[in-house]
Design a protein around this ligand. Structure first.
Ligand SMILES: NC(=O)c1ccc[n+]([C@@H]2O[C@H](COP(=O)([O-])OP(=O)(O)OC[C@H]3O[C@@H](n4cnc5c(N)ncnc54)[C@H](OP(=O)(O)O)[C@@H]3O)[C@@H](O)[C@H]2O)c1
Length: 205
């Protein structure tokens, strides 16, 4: 919704064409006539996109990945917003599942085609805040990935969201810490009875 509002062409991917249509229609209705949002099945959406955002519950990732991996191509940037919360496998949303690779992003990076770049970003951003198109998203967005050029590409996407500040968070292995922060934010939401806790890093230039 935020990117559509900022003028980006957005394709919503889904396992079902009907749900993709429904989601894109809702976004077009919310954003208004300037929105350029369409819905497609995940593989078709992946084929057409320059930037592919992986935004599904961790337990559902493998099923979807099998359908999109064959169509990922050189030059595409893949962004993982995913957090391996334990709730996606029936546990607590305040804990993460331990992964051999260290984080969901590092796992995905290992199984991606070699010529496709992965960046982890937006992992700590509340969907609730993003959804309120009239509100600002008062938080920092930590961006990590193994190439500076790829991290910088995501700066523009963060700057398109009013209130959000992009922060270069270095190599992809920092996603181990960043993904854990989301579990902490969920815990803070519960403790303080709010829905949109976020983070700010101080002391940066
Ligand atoms: N929600 C937040 O505030 C937030 C914040 C930071 C990070 N994240 C991370 O972002 C990711 C998406 O979160 P979300 O809250 O948007 O999740 P969600 O609403 O539960 O799921 C997003 C979409 O993923 C597909 N999906 C759901 N379950 C699936 C399954 N078992 N297998 C395959 N596809 C499935 C569905 O699309 P179709 O049915 O149309 O295919 C669904 O609309 C998660 O990894 C989460 O940890 C979320």
């Amino acid at each position: 919704m935020r990117w559509a509002k900022a003028g980006y062409e957005v394709i919503i991917g889904s396992r079902s064409q009907e749900r993709a249509n429904e989601a894109s229609r809702k976004i077009n209705d919310s954003v208004g006539p300037s929105a350029r949002v369409t819905g497609l099945a995940n593989p078709e959406a992946t084929k057409q996109a320059d930037i592919v955002v992986l935004s599904v519950p961790f337990d559902g990732f493998n099923e979807i990945f099998k359908t999109i991996k064959p169509v990922l191509r050189e030059g595409q940037l893949v962004i993982s917003v995913m957090v391996p919360l334990e709730s996606s496998v029936g546990g607590k949303p305040t804990r993460t599942v331990g992964l051999w690779d260290g984080s969901a992003a590092e796992y995905i990076n290992r199984i991606l085609p070699r010529n496709v770049e992965l960046v982890a970003a937006f992992n700590n951003v509340s969907a609730e805040k993003l959804h309120d198109l009239n509100g600002i998203v008062d938080c920092d967005v930590l961006i990590c990935g193994n190439r500076e050029e790829s991290r910088k590409k995501v700066f523009e996407l963060v700057n398109a969201i009013p209130g959000a500040r992009p922060v270069d968070a270095g190599p992809l292995e920092n996603s181990r810490t960043i993904e854990q922060v989301t579990a902490l934010l969920v815990s803070l939401n519960i403790r303080h009875n709010v829905k949109g806790a976020g983070i700010r890093i101080t002391g940066l230039p």
